[in-house]
Write a protein that binds this ligand. Structure first.
Ligand code: AMP
Ligand code: GLY
Length: 424
């Protein structure tokens, strides 16, 4: 198989790393890719939000499967463009991607299909939104409706912070058109987990769960980010919780999306709050989590290529069960100083070779670029993903930080407490 991976982050590098090990894969191409993906095969300079160009390329190159990494590509209609030229695609149509690209759609969908999630109200008017908060108790959960790269959510402890958040989204347009509407919802207590299922429109195959750290700084403090580190398995996600999640959330969603004429193909990512009465849905994403995917790829033993192709072709029912390493994996995100607000790019990174030699460590590139002379530089917010496995989570974490310490990058920072909850 010749596979085109769309995206340029650590998630896509991890998918490419895993797919490259498949005996049925002959070539990995990535668009636009990154220096890590470039070590696995060709990269082409087409952006993820150019579905027409990507589809034309995939057809011309006779690609056997396109794997969509980021939600932006799905929301731009890449799967729809590929369907027109008969190229198999692992990833949702534009209509199915609304589960992530519109929080209002997702909330209304959950209401129609009895999927457990927080009570909510949608507003496009700041005065009404603030008035609504008047009769409520903190913390207040305020979200921009559209895609905001994980940064469009504010949990406000006071009315003043809540009002400021409403103004930032609706008046100051901090998230542009993604913030034309806001969703205000009830605060859900509990512990968070990310759960993933492969879907072909009809059948869902459960993957594993992971836990992510969304806040920028140690102790889960600071602004929300796309994710600063992850580990899998997630201790909070027992087999009972997994079965409840499949029965109450994943399967009704798959059936509901089919019934509404938007069959869901790709990976359905349920962001969950695990409470005493079971899992509640915080959000859906229509793609692998980043950096959760990196930990899952380190634990997946089965060949990924045939199962993604089966999902793309509606043939998951017959796919063999996936095998997982029971041992834990962890990902540390090494980010550029200033992330998430204003990451400083261009700083030089050294020492990756030495860091990669730490036992059971694999480093994925997320936001790097390479000069002609081979110098590696930061080019984004989240720059490197240091992953490790071990017999215990503690061993994996120690290995990952040993690799972090072997990297010479004054322009970067990372959290030092990834997996603290699970380590106790
Ligand atoms: P989202 O982008 O919707 O996943 O929200 C980002 C983060 O905000 C989540 O990962 C949670 O930590 C937190 N969050 C979102 N909604 C809620 C809620 N209703 N109750 C508690 N925490 C929430
Ligand atoms: N790490 C959370 C996400 O990918 O949305």
């Amino acid at each position: 198989m010749k596979i085109l991976i769309v995206g340029s982050g650590g998630r896509e590098h991890a998918l490419g790393w895993k797919l490259k090990q498949s005996p049925v894969v002959s070539a990995i191409i990535s668009a636009p890719g990154n220096p890590g993906l470039a070590e696995l095969g060709r990269t082409v300079a087409i952006k993820v939000d150019q579905p027409g160009e990507l589809a034309a390329f995939a057809m011309r190159e006779q690609v056997d499967l396109v794997v969509i990494g980021p939600e932006v590509a799905a929301a731009a209609g890449l799967a729809d463009s590929l369907a027109k030229v008969n190229v198999p695609c692992f990833g949702p149509s534009q209509a199915a991607a609304e589960l992530e690209s519109s929080k209002a759609f997702m909330k209304e969908f959950c209401g129609r299909h009895g999927i457990p999630t927080a009570e909510y109200k949608v507003f496009d008017d700041a005065i009404r939104a603030k008035a609504y908060l008047g009769g409520r108790e903190p913390p207040f959960v305020i979200k921009a409706d559209g895609l905001a790269a994980g940064k469009g959510v504010v949990i406000a402890e006071t009315r003043r912070d809540a009002d400021a958040a409403i103004d930032e989204v609706l008046f100051l347009k901090k998230f542009g058109t993604a913030g034309q509407r806001i969703v205000i919802e009830d605060f859900l207590p509990g512990e968070e987990a990310s759960f993933f299922a492969l879907c072909d429109g009809e059948t869902a195959v459960p993957l594993q769960a992971a836990q992510d750290h969304k806040r920028a700084y140690d102790g889960d403090k600071g602004p929300n980010t796309g994710g600063m580190g992850a580990y899998s398995p997630a201790p909070v996600f027992s087999d009972v919780v997994r079965d409840q999640t499949m029965e109450r959330i994943i399967l009704p969603t798959l059936a509901g999306m089919r019934a509404e004429g938007r069959p869901f193909v790709g990976v359905l990512f349920a962001g969950l709050m695990i409470s005493a009465d079971g899992p509640k849905l915080i959000e859906f994403n229509v793609r692998f989590g980043d950096p959760e995917c990196q930990t899952l790829m380190r634990r997946l033993k089965s060949d990924l290529a045939p199962v993604l192709l089966a999902a793309a072709k509606g043939e998951l029912k017959n796919a063999p069960a996936l095998e997982w390493d029971a041992r834990p994996a962890v990902t540390i995100v090494y980010a550029a100083q200033g992330y998430p607000d204003e990451p400083l790019t261009g700083s030089v990174i050294r020492g990756l070779d030495a860091a990669s030699k730490v036992t059971e460590v694999v480093i994925f590139h997320a936001g790097t670029r390479q000069d002609e002379d081979g110098t590696l530089r930061a080019s984004g917010g989240r720059v490197l993903n240091i992953t490790a496995t071990g017999d215990t989570l503690r061993e994996a974490v120690v290995r990952a930080y040993a690799a972090v310490d072997a990297i010479d990058w004054p322009g970067g920072f990372c959290r030092r407490d990834i997996a603290w909850r699970a380590l106790g």
